[in-house]
Design a protein around this ligand. Structure first.
Ligand SMILES: C[S@@+](CC[C@H](N)C(=O)[O-])C[C@H]1O[C@@H](n2cnc3c(N)ncnc32)[C@H](O)[C@@H]1O
Length: 266
């Protein structure tokens, strides 16, 4: 890396983590967040990875935002087909000891890399169709010492039809990838029964919920929870949607590459 010393330091903000998400990184995780930030800033000089480079903005819009959906994962459980086992933040359901997660459209590694760093029991697949971003992420994983994540260069539509991936994941994460109905078509085929997809959305309202429900029914999913958040610094609205897979997804989904986004299910 060039000029490592010239990169800014991330804020730590332990109280803000704690009061907003009931969680805060350990000192080792904080150090890894700092390394991740530094390597992404460095990579940004060659690749167009993210517009968010200011330390406070990076903390809020990449790290805090990624963790907002993962804290919910702790609460709602993953790979738990019996919804009775759903827990609370104080009394979370046990996560499976080997958890398989897929970050669909990971881009610069969000939320997948924070997931790998903070869920050591998970194996995280970072899926994206852009090879040069993934080649960069592979170096970042080595540099930051992330051993429980690997990259996969493909389209979500193809991966969802591949035997080695279909119905293999306990959880799927999707942030800033596509409209909710498209995300659902990408994610649900990949989940085991009982698995959960976390859709990171900005504004979200009842009309969107009403439009999404029939799509989920087609795909074998159920909208189990919507967690509203306000980002702690810029006070913007966020909603994390938790989609539970409750029935096998029909074989026709996901449809061929490009079709889900060109003709979203309704
Ligand atoms: C706007 S970026 C978001 C990246 C990251 N999730 C984040 O929130 O910072 C969307 C990413 O999704 C990837 N993507 C979009 N559609 C995809 C598909 N069908 N299969 C795989 N990757 C896809 C793009 O290549 C891009 O890197």
């Amino acid at each position: 890396m060039s000029h490592a010393a010239s990169f800014p330091t991330l804020p730590t903000l332990p109280e803000l983590w704690q009061t907003t998400l009931g969680w805060q990184p350990t000192p080792a995780q904080q150090e890894q967040f700092q390394q991740l930030y530094t390597y992404i800033l460095d990579g940004n000089q060659r690749l167009n990875l993210t517009r968010i480079t200011d330390p406070e903005e990076f903390w809020e819009k990449h790290l805090w935002d990624s963790m907002s959906g993962l804290v919910g994962v702790r609460e709602w459980g993953l790979g738990v087909s019996d919804c009775e086992r759903r827990g609370t933040l104080e009394n979370p359901p046990a996560l499976p000891s080997s958890l398989r997660l897929i970050d669909i459209g990971t881009g610069a590694g969000f939320p997948g890399i924070p997931a790998a760093l903070t869920l050591p029991q998970a194996q995280v697949t970072l899926l994206d169709s852009t090879r040069k971003k993934l080649a960069f992420l592979e170096t970042v994983l080595v540099q930051v010492g992330v051993q429980n994540a690997q990259t996969l260069c493909d389209r979500a539509e193809s991966v969802g039809q591949a035997l080695q991936h279909r119905e293999q994941y306990d959880g799927a994460l999707l942030r800033a990838v596509a409209p909710a109905a498209v995300c659902a078509e990408y994610a649900l085929p990949l989940l085991k029964l009982g698995g959960v997809a976390v859709l990171y959305r900005g504004q979200w309202g009842e009309a969107e919920t009403a439009a999404l429900r029939p799509v989920l029914k087609l795909l074998g999913g159920n909208l189990e929870a919507i967690a509203p958040f306000t980002t702690p610094i810029s006070r913007a609205a966020r909603h994390c949607l938790y989609l539970r897979k409750t029935a096998p997804t029909p074989a026709e989904f996901p449809r061929p590459v490009g079709v889900p986004s060109q003709k979203p299910l309704e």
